[in-house]
Design a protein around this ligand. Sequence first.
Ligand code: SF4
Length: 277
Amino acid sequence: MARESGAPVVSVTGGEPLIHPRIGEIIERLIEEGFYIYLCTNGLLLREKLKNFEPSKRLAFTVHLDGTEEIHDEVTNREGTYEEAFAGIEEAIERGFRVTTNTTIFEGSDPQDLHRLFRRLTDVGVEGIMLAPGYSYESVEEKEQFLDRKRSREVFREILDPQKTKDFPFYNSPIFLDFLRGKRELQCTAWAAPTYTVRGWRKPCYVLADEHVSSAEELMEASLWDEYGVGNDPRCGSCMVHSGFDTASIIDSLRTPSGAVDLFKSAMPEKISTLLS
Ligand code: SF4
């Protein structure tokens, strides 16, 4: 399936992928086939499962953290999850693994707490910090915790205050961060980050999943994208998820030489070396 998508990078998500009894073998095989892997985890089993992996420039663990201890443990509804995830991050870095993190921003996310979290992550040496705006899936009942686009931009302007974040290794593209702050517009290109699940390829995207299809090619048809995206489907109006818009920011910047240079200059050395190797 990874081969069918044509994508060079595969994010392995869950649930919790580290629970899978053959996760080490699955990742090893994907690496052998030349893919770059981001293994997304809550970090709770990371220390225990590290023995199943070999450090590789093609493998990064992406640990999900929603705030510092009090907030993260409340979101996960379990005491001790923050410190366990951090212990996993530290041990993975110590053993030579690449580690990035992902943080979802919801209504009520506390910018000061997030700055404290990002400070600690920067100090322990994570390679990159990814930000994701929470989006109200149709199947989620508590919609009030998700941000509409106007509110998202207010919150991101606070979180991305340049004075408070200048040495944080944000992993999203700088153009996507400008989009989150409301400094530029982008149209969704979710076809560039297709999602496969046990039910098939999600059509049109990770978020909406109106149907599941057996071929990734169906997701790439231009006519499909006349129906979806901002201005085409009302459900897309507040969506800013990175699978739709971080991809768009990269495609957008590669359209002009100056955009490509800006993207290249602002990317982190680790990310550049990964892409070039
Ligand atoms: S904007 Fe794109 S990623 Fe977001 S819900 Fe619509 S199709 Fe999916």
